[in-house]
Structure formats: structure tokens, C-alpha cells
Write a protein that binds this ligand. Structure first.
Ligand SMILES: [Zn+2]
Length: 967
């Protein structure tokens, strides 16, 4: 049904175009606000998870990160909502399924999503007010807090830079993966905005003045430069009238327009840069070399999709033609590649890892020669068709995962709309896939390589080498710069700076008045239903094994999960189970070479993933089952062939030394990156391993111990291969029919088909069951080459005699969004922080990209003080309850629904228990929260800490950590 008529005006918006899009089963309307010039798209799809976003074209002119700082700052109070942090207040009391703000290289976006109409309207209003009428334009303290400022408490005391974005970017700039992308951007686009860091380079952030910050907002945050988006089941006319009445009618168009200039080809740009490593890290074979080339502009949708397919065909596995040649040459351990799109001029990126800087010419020659060979001899059609099948499968399957579908469509739309292209361009794919498939019969892909990579002039090479001294040099330069500035200041000016700091602290410590708080729209408990997302799981039998079935509409796709119990695997082999999970499907089998197997999998399956996992019984936390998961998605009509192939991978994979050897340094590299990026997960898992069985298992299979296991394996692999093989065989022996539980998600026809399928694979009963115990030898610090830290402190509450109570989830929101947010983020300058408590009792404080270590640990300890008299200070906790319960009823894609239902079954939970959990949350009182302080007190007294972070900061923490190891 058409909701809006072409050329009609609704709330000041004129409908300029409408089109039906088969691929998303919806109508897309383009509208323009006549008075202000604002552009808006409404995508009308049958989806209750509504989305609204307002985005601005924001074009950096330097690397001060001004748009990133604006993004943070506008969410710190506005005209209608003069509270200090409406964004956090919304997080506290909303049922949002998405609430965030994002800075891209050429735009800044403010998206929200919710299934609840009232909530959705509230979120829209607060966000619109934030972007158009923010308080940060009159309150410099907001800019100082979110961007940067000189931290100085006493005119004779130390003086440093501090600020949320400043620290966030320091963390980002510790990662070579991030740095190399920044360098590639500057090399390929020296004359346009893509040459700058839109997030902000920590060395340039302090160049930004408050005046420049305000000017940038004034210039870009006008409706005429905005791109609004609405999606889902909503009253569109009412929403348009609202936007017009409250905001857009106040603005008049001025002809404002920003062009994104296209970069003229830069010929053979060649750049060298350094990234930080720690004292103990090796410089040898630790460099990166990236080759990149601009291959398209935003309007070439088909070509960009084709490049995506092409790069996957050439590099997705160790046996893919281009990657295989690179690895065989011995110049590096890994080749990663992708197309960087969603920008005006997408480019391809090939990165050689673990190499030496003097291998640059070798790498470039090899790349050129191999690509020429492929052009001359043709790319294997089987590989190309497999990749096209895979791409098509994912396009048809639709968006999966936790991000609201509407928001993902919003990003697709922006990929053309921002640059003046047709907004539907990236939502449609049928024609593009058909053209590509047809083209693959001829020389379509070979031509792409020849024309756009080999004969391309617009390209750049970046060599990134490790440095033990660069971090110290940067720190020194920063200190010198501050000192030099300090010397220019008179006594009176220094006093003024100290006073400015005092005003900031006073601002941060000031409480909003009840009147200010009351301005924020909020939900009532009565707006929240008592229903939950049901996770149906029928328990059936398949040839004597348990089969868990979740019926769901999946467009004839079957999601089939195999779970193999690893209880009988010797504990010393647990890390090998993790390693085996990386290898399976990537190594050869008795019937197929690794390359052929990859093509078979991509032809016959939509996805194939293997991993290790643990299930812990909810009534006995010491009963932990480690499992090996094999997850696949399959078009129902192809079920038989696909299952046979999965069976072959499980039964007949071969352990060849030369194949496995390639993976070890690659895994090490990936883990290292992951630890620097998500140090908080590693630190909290480490703490869990001190006190719970589940933590101990997960740590060995996925935590820092696993990283050290792989690191050590790098050195001994060659000599100890027989031992490695024995251990991997021991893992493989556990993958038998007798150790299996099956999970199926799909339509009834998928289940029927599965039940008729041939026996899956070999039988085999395993021996005695092992279990492992938590281990604690002292608080541990893991040193990474980074200026920021990730601090964890926790314990297992059940082990310490407390009972798990669902109201802990309310406490989590209170601590994370109020106490910790104010102390660790706002005051402490950390990018993130939180408290969590799992059903299995692991409770933990964490911080993310945190400049502090000792101070943060001390803040955690002060939580008991915060909770003292909590019920008197904070009698009304309704908003925290609302944000907590929203997780019990949330949209979930079929793939994840089945997996969640199966996990519940393994852990002994069901929907009734989840319903009871929700009721418990809804009945939580402030007194209940206050009572939980006994638990927090115990947690802090136990003093179990782990940190991933900066050496100097860790040393400053004194004896808090007795064990210090470099990553
Ligand atoms: Zn940020």
C-alpha cells in the first residue's frame, strides 16, 4: 500500500520520488523539506524495529578530529534538554535497540532505533534537539571534556592533555591496522578530505580551538546539509509533521552545498611510517607493506560488488591463488585484502604482514607478476562461481546480526545518496549479480584486474615498520609541547588555566536539577509489556542423538549447528581444540585439496564456521561442558550435498605440516591485534579464570593463555610438529556422532529433509570426562605497546556464597551508566567503562582505553561508598529497570534465535525462567540495589585484578600487580 503520494506535501516535505524495491520488499520515498532544504528518505518496510537517523556531510580540512569531537559534544545537552548528558540519560531509560553516533571520513551520523513507538518518538526528539541546538556551543567545558584540555590542578603541578576523544584516538593509534589505513588515506588522497584523519590524530587534536569547533558546527550542521532517514512501521505523516513543526520550519534554505572533490590520480605514492611495539617485542619480520589503488567511484555499484567478489576469490584462504603465491615466496606470513567502500572513491587494499621493509620491491613484483599471470591464463571459473554463489547467498539471506536491519539499509543508501547518486543503487543487487555471473563466463574479472589494478595510475604503497622508541618519542614530543606552552604563560595566565580546570571539575561534579532532569521524555513501566522474545526449542531425536529444533521463517535457508562435547579431551589439549577450529574447513581432506574444498564449501553452503565454546549449567556453575561448534547455513534444496560435504570436513580432514604451518603466525598476529583492540575482554576473562571453572576453560581456549600458546607454537612448530599432530588428532577424535548434539533452525521442510538425510559421520565413544580448576597466582599485568589501559577487577559471586539474582542486571546499568560513567569516563578520561555480572556468577569491573590504572582500580573500590544509602539518594530506579528489561524482548534474526535457543537448552534454561527473570527485574527496588553492596564489597576486598596496558602506567600502580608480562 502506498503511504505517500508523489508531489504531495506532508509536514512541509514534498515527495519527489518513490520506488518499489524488490530486494528489500519495501517502498522508498525521497522527500525534500521545502523551506529548509533538508533531504529525507522514508523506507517503508514491514519491520517493527523502527530507525531514524540524521546525518550531515562533514568534510575534514585537517586531522584535529573536529567532527568526531562535535559528534561527542552535541550529545552533552541541548536547548530543550539542558541536562549534562542526555545521551547517557537515554541509555539509562530507553528501550532503544540502537543508540549511538558515528563519525565517518565524510559524514557524521546520529541513528536511533526502537520497537516501541513512544520510545522511538522520544529518541528522535532528543537527537534532533542535540544536533541543531546543542549546549556545547555556549559551554566550553563540554568541548574541554569531550575534546581536549590542559589538565592542571596546581600552577606548580604537572600539566597534561586530557579528553575523551583524545584518549579514544590514542588507543586507536596504537594499532598498526588502524595506522596503516590512515597512512593509505593520506597517500591516495593528498588533496582531498580523505587524506585527513576524521577521528583525529592525537598529535593534532590539541591544535583545535574552541572557536574553530563552534565554526565547524555552524558551517555544517544546517538542515540543508542534512540527510534524514526513517524506516519501518511508523506513522510517517505524523513523524514528518513533527520534524517540521519542532525543527525544520525554523530554518530557511540558503543554497548551502558542499561538493566532495574527486582526487586526481597520484602516481606511485610511496610512504614509510612507524608503529609502536614494546621492549620485548621483535622488530624482525614485524613490518607491514600495503599496496592500494583507487578502482572506482561511488556510482559504480556493480564494479564495487565485483571487486569484493574478485578479492575474495584471490585472497580469502591460504590456498587462494594470489595469497598462495605470496605465502610460497616466503616474504611474509599473511596477505589481507579488501575493497574500502562507502566513500566517494573506493579503493582496493592488499597488505602483506609479518615482513621486512626491504621486501617492498619483491612484494610489488610478485603482486604484479601473479596478477598478470591470472589475466593471461584466466582465473579458475570454479573459484569465481563459488564466490559469486556465496555473495548471492548473503544478499538473498538478508541482513543478519544485532545491528537493526533498517540502519544497515541506511548505510547502503548513504553510499550513493551522500555523493548525489541514486539512493536505491546499493539496495538493489539482482541486476548486478546477473551481470557479474554472465561476465564471469568471459573475461570480466580478468579485465577488472588489468584495467583497474595493473594499468591503474592512482595507487600508493605504504611501508610500516615497528619501533620500540616511537611511543616514547611521541610522549616526549607531547610533554615538550606542553612545557613550551607553559613557558609562554605568565603566572596570572597559569592561575587562569588552573581556574578553568576548576570550572571544568565543578561542571562535571554538578548535578542536574530535578527540573532539568524532568525535561527529558521518559517511558513508564506501563509502557513495557511483560512479554519476552520467545526462543522455542523442540527437543527431538535423530538416530539416538539429541536434535534441537527451532521453527522459524528463514526463506528456505536451514541453519544447522553441530555441537561436539569435548569433556573427554585431555585438558592440555584444549588450546589445540581452538587451533583445530581455525583449521577445519581451511585444510585439505582426503577427497579435496584445500583450494578445492574452499570452492566446494562456497558453492554448496552459505556459510561454514567452526569455533570452541563452553556451556555452563545454570544450577551448577562447576558443571562446564567445552564444545566444538560447527555452524553452517544451507539452501534447503541443497541440503544433502551440503551435509555430505560438512561430514567430509569433520571426518576426513588431513593434518599436513606445510598447510598448518601457514596459519600459526597468522593466528598470532590476529590475536595480538585483538588484544590491543579489545583488551577489556581479555583482562576480564583473565580475572574470571582466577575464580571460575567456566573462566578457566575460556581463558585456555580463547584468552591470553591461548595467545601465549600460539606465540610459543610459532617458535617450536617445525621441531615439534609430531607432537602438535598428535594433539590435533586427539581433538579430531572427539568429533564423532556419539559426542554430537544437533541444532536446526528453519522451516518444517528443512527439518523433514534433514531427518531423511544419510548418517552424518563416524561413530566413536569417548573416554573419561575431565574438568579443570580455576588458577590464581597473583594479579597480572600484560604490557602492550599502547598509551592506554584496560583495567579489570572481579570475582565469582556464587563461589563466594552469593546467589545470582536477575536484579544484578539493573545494578549493572546503574553502575555502568551512572557511577562508573561519571568517575572513570567523564572524570578519568577513559573512553569506556562498565560493570557486568554473568548468570554463572562472574562479576567484573572493566575500563576501555583508559589513561589510568591505579586510579581506576581505586574508583572500583569506592563503589561501595556510592551504594551506601543508595535507596535514600536514588529512590526512583524505574528508568534503569526499563533499559534493563528491553534486552528480554528484542528483535533477533532467525540464525541468532536458533543459536540462543540451543544455548538455553544446554545451560538448562527455558522461556519460563527468562520470563521470571524479567519479572524479577521489573520488581527490583532501590533497597534491593543497596543490598547488593555487600556483594560489591566482597568483590573489592578480594582484590583480583588484571590489566592490559601501558608499562609506565602499570609500574605506577605499585604492588597492585605482582606478575608482569609483555604481550
Ligand atoms: Zn568517539
Amino acid at each position: 500500500m502506498t503511504k505517500l503520494t508523489l508531489d504531495n506535501v506532508y509536514g512541509g516535505f514534498k515527495v519527489t520520488k518513490s520506488s518499489h524495491i524488490d530486494e528489500v520488499c519495501g517502498e522508498l520515498y525521497e522527500l525534500e523539506h521545502l523551506k529548509s532544504g533538508a533531504k529525507l528518505i522514508y523506507l517503508d518496510c514491514d519491520d517493527d524495529n523502527k530507525v531514524f537517523s540524521v546525518m550531515f556531510k562533514t568534510l575534514p580540512e585537517n586531522s584535529t578530529g573536529v567532527f568526531h569531537i562535535i559528534e561527542h559534544s552535541v550529545l552533552c545537552g541541548s536547548k530543550k534538554y539542558p541536562v549534562k548528558e542526555p545521551f547517557v540519560d537515554l541509555l539509562k531509560g530507553s528501550m532503544a535497540t540502537f543508540l549511538n553516533a558515528l563519525t565517518f571520513s565524510d559524514k557524521t551520523g546520529y541513528p536511533v532505533a526502537s520497537c516501541n513507538d513512544k520510545d522511538f518518538a522520544n529518541l528522535m526528539e532528543v537527537y534532533l534537539d542535540a544536533v541543531f541546538e546543542p549546549n556545547c556551543l555556549t559551554r566550553e567545558e563540554i568541548f574541554m571534556q569531550e575534546g581536549w584540555h590542559y589538565e592542571i590542578e596546581d600552577k606548580n603541578g604537572p600539566m597534561t592533555y586530557r579528553g575523551v576523544v583524545f584518549n579514544e584516538m590514542k588507543g586507536a593509534y596504537s594499532s598498526p591496522d588502524r595506522l596503516i589505513i590512515e597512512e593509505v588515506g593520506s597517500a591516495l588522497f593528498p588533496d582531498t578530505l580523505y587524506g585527513y584523519s576524521s577521528g583525529g590524530d592525537p598529535a593534532h587534536i590539541p591544535d583545535l580551538t574552541y572557536e574553530q569547533f563552534k565554526a565547524a558546527h555552524k558551517k555544517y550542521y544546517h538542515p540543508e546539509n542534512s540527510y534524514m532517514f526513517l524506516y519501518g512501521n511508523l506513522d510517517i505523516k505524523e513523524r514528518l509533521e513533527f520534524i517540521d513543526r519542532e525543527y525544520l520550519s525554523k530554518y530557511t534554505r540558503t543554497g548551502l552545498h558542499f561538493d566532495i572533490p574527486m582526487q586526481k590520480p597520484v602516481i606511485n605514492m610511496d610512504v614509510t611510517a612507524e608503529y609502536p611495539i614494546t621492549e620485548s617485542d621483535t622488530e624482525e619480520k614485524n613490518s607491514y607493506i600495503a599496496f592500494s589503488a583507487v578502482v572506482a567511484d561511488f556510482s559504480e555499484r556493480e564494479k564495487i560488488l565485483a571487486f569484493d567478489i574478485l578479492i575474495s576469490a584471490l585472497t580469502s584462504t591460504n590456498e587462494s591463488p594470489l595469497k598462495k603465491a605470496v605465502l610460497a615466496s616466503g616474504i611474509g606470513s599473511d596477505l589481507s585484502a579488501f575493497i574500502y567502500d562507502g566513500v566517494a572513491q573506493p579503493y582496493v587494499f592488499f597488505e602483506l604482514r609479518n615482513t621486512e621493509p626491504d621486501k617492498k620491491e619483491d612484494f610489488l613484483n610478485l603482486l604484479t607478476n601473479e596478477l598478470k599471470k591470472l589475466v593471461k591464463n584466466g582465473i579458475d571459473k570454479k573459484i569465481l562461481n563459488a564466490e559469486i554463489n556465496q555473495a548471492e547467498f548473503h544478499l538473498r539471506e538478508g541482513k543478519q546480526g544485532r545491528t537493526p536491519v533498517g540502519l544497515l539499509y541506511n548505510f547502503d543508501i548513504m553510499s550513493a545518496w551522500l555523493y548525489g547518486g541514486d539512493p536505491v543503487m546499493y539496495l538493489e543487487y539482482e541486476q548486478a549479480i546477473a551481470n557479474i555471473r554472465k561476465g564471469a563466463e568471459g573475461r570480466y574479472f580478468e579485465d577488472l584486474i588489468e584495467k583497474f589494478i595493473l594499468d591503474n595510475e592512482h595507487k600508493a604503497v605504504v611501508v610500516m615498520t615497528p619501533s620500540r622508541t616511537i611511543a616514547a618519542k611521541q610522549a616526549q614530543a607531547e610533554a615538550d609541547r606542553i612545557e613550551a606552552y607553559r613557558k609562554t604563560l605568565s603566572d596570572a595566565e597559569l592561575e587562569a588555566l588552573v581556574e578553568k580546570n576548576r570550572r571544568l571539575v565543578a561542571y562535571q561534579q554538578s548535578e542536574n536539577t530535578p527540573e532539568e532532569i524532568a525535561t527529558l521524555p521518559k517511558l513508564e513501566i506501563s509502557d513495557v509489556g511483560d512479554d519476552i522474545t520467545e526462543m522455542p526449542c523442540e527437543v527431538k531425536e535423530y538416530n539416538g542423538r539429541t536434535l534441537l529444533y527451532t521453527n522459524a521463517f528463514t526463506k528456505k535457508i536451514a541453519y544447522i549447528n553441530y555441537y561436539f562435547d569435548l569433556s573427554a579431551l585431555k585438558p592440555e589439549y584444549l588450546p589445540y581444540a581452538s587451533l583445530y577450529a581455525t583449521l577445519l574447513g581451511e585444510i585439505s581432506t582426503a577427497k579435496h585439496s584445500a583450494a578445492d574444498l574452499d570452492a566446494e564449501i562456497k558453492t554448496n553452503l552459505g556459510s561454514f564456521e567452526t569455533s570452541v565454546k563452553t556451556f555452563t549449567k545454570s544450577d551448577n556453575i562447576d558443571s562446564v561442558t567445552p564444545v566444538f561448534c560447527v555452524r553452517s547455513s544451507i539452501i534447503e534444496s541443497n541440503l544433502d550435498d551440503a551435509l555430505t560435504l560438512v561430514g567430509e570436513v569433520i571426518d576426513e580432514s588431513r593434518l599436513e605440516k606445510n598447510e598448518i604451518a601457514k596459519f600459526i603466525p597468522q593466528i598470532k598476529n590476529d590475536l595480538q591485534t585483538s588484544i590491543i583492540w579489545s583488551g577489556d575482554s581479555y583482562a576480564s576473562l583473565r580475572v574470571a579464570s582466577y575464580c571460575s571453572v567456566e573462566g578457566a576453560y575460556q581463558e585456555r581456549m580463547e584468552g591470553i593463555s591461548y595467545y601465549f600458546f600460539i606465540k610459543e607454537l610459532c617458535d617450536r612448530f617445525d621441531k615439534d610438529f609430531d607432537e602438535v599432530k598428535t594433539a590435533l588428532e586427539a581433538v579430531a577424535e572427539q568429533l564423532t556422532f556419539d559426542n554430537l548434539t544437533i541444532g536446526i533452525t528453519g522451516e518444517q521442510s528443512a527439518l523433514d529433509k534433514f531427518e531423511k538425510a544419510a548418517p552424518l559421520f563416524r561413530q566413536g565413544v569417548s573416554g573419561e570426562h575431565y574438568t579443570i580448576a580455576p588458577e590464581y597466582h597473583g594479579n597480572e599485568a600484560f604490557i602492550i605497546p599502547s598509551a592506554v589501559n584496560f583495567v579489570a577487577k572481579g570475582f565469582n559471586l556464587i563461589k563466594d556464597g552469593f546467589e545470582y539474582d536477575e536484579s544484578l542486571n539493573v545494578l549493572r546499568n546503574i553502575l555502568s551508566l551512572d557511577w562508573l560513567w561519571n568517575e572513570v569516563r567523564v572524570r578519568g578520561g577513559a573512553y569506556g567503562t562498565g560493570f557486568s555480572a554473568s548468570r554463572t556468577g562472574d562479576a567484573c569491573f572493566t575500563s576501555y582505553r583508559d589513561p589510568g590504572v591505579k586510579t581506576t582500580a581505586e574508583t572500583y573500590d569506592k563503589t561501595v561508598g556510592y551504594l551506601k544509602d543508595f535507596a535514600v539518594k536514588t529512590p526512583d530506579i524505574e528508568k534503569y529497570i526499563i533499559s534493563t528489561v528491553s534486552s528480554y524482548k528484542r528483535p533477533i534474526c532467525p540464525r541468532d534465535l536458533g543459536f540462543a535457543a540451543q544455548t538455553n537448552w544446554f545451560e538448562g534454561r527455558n522461556d519460563d525462567m527468562r520470563r521470571a527473570g524479567k519479572r524479577r527485574v521489573m520488581s527490583t527496588t532501590a533497597q534491593d540495589i543497596e543490598k547488593l553492596s555487600a556483594l560489591v564489597k566482597k568483590l573489592t576486598e578480594k582484590n583480583l585484578c588484571a590489566v592490559v596496558g601501558n608499562k609506565e602506567k602499570i609500574d605506577e600502580a605499585g604492588d597492585l600487580f605482582t606478575i608482569k608480562v609483555s604481550i
